[in-house]
Design a protein around this ligand. Structure first.
Ligand code: NI
Length: 172
């Protein structure tokens, strides 16, 4: 496994709509493994392939609490097939928007259809943090980052700060 570089806003790739995966083969699984390692190292609880500059509809997630056993989840070509009227608000962050957080309201529960690590079709009802996380990650596959839900003023301020922090830091 290998750690991959995570891209940050305002990289135009983050606005790209990712394309479906045709076949879940060894290359796809290798990328999923690398994405998971990258996410754990960051550390984060979700990562979409576009965040490592691959415009394919693939997501890794692990929403297990600290101290709990790892619970990696893999989603290929995920699709929300149902969402609740009830909503939840979480203070969201994103590995592509380091160190910035904002409240985002989303459906509290969603039913998601996807292919798993072995290429089998699955359908899960997701709730709580899991529901928010999968919606945030599916947004990435459609070129949407959580700061797109904020006012233009707030979004631009965050982007400027991320750009400045990225410019001022040396990555060794
Ligand atoms: Ni994100």
């Amino acid at each position: 496994m290998a750690q991959l570089d995570i891209i940050n806003v305002p990289d135009p790739l983050l606005k790209t709509k990712s394309t479906p995966v045709d076949k879940v083969d060894a290359d796809v699984r290798r990328l999923l493994d690398d994405m998971l390692e990258t996410m754990y190292a960051a550390p984060g609880i979700g990562l979409a392939a576009i965040q490592v500059a691959v415009a394919k509809r693939m997501i890794v997630m692990d929403t297990a609490a600290e101290g709990e056993d790892k619970r990696p989840q893999f989603f290929i070509n995920p699709e929300v097939v149902w969402e609740s009227d009830e909503v939840n608000t979480y203070s969201e962050g994103c590995l592509s928007v380091p160190e910035h957080y904002a409240d985002v309201e989303r459906p509290a529960s969603v039913r998601v259809k996807y292919l798993d690590y072995d290429g089998n079709m699955q359908e899960d009802l997701m709730e709580g943090l899991n529901a928010t996380c999968i919606q945030h990650e599916i947004d990435h596959l459609n070129g949407v980052v959580f700061i797109d839900y904020l006012s233009r003023l707030k979004r631009n301020m965050i982007i400027k700060k991320v750009q400045k922090a990225t410019k001022d830091s040396v990555v060794l």
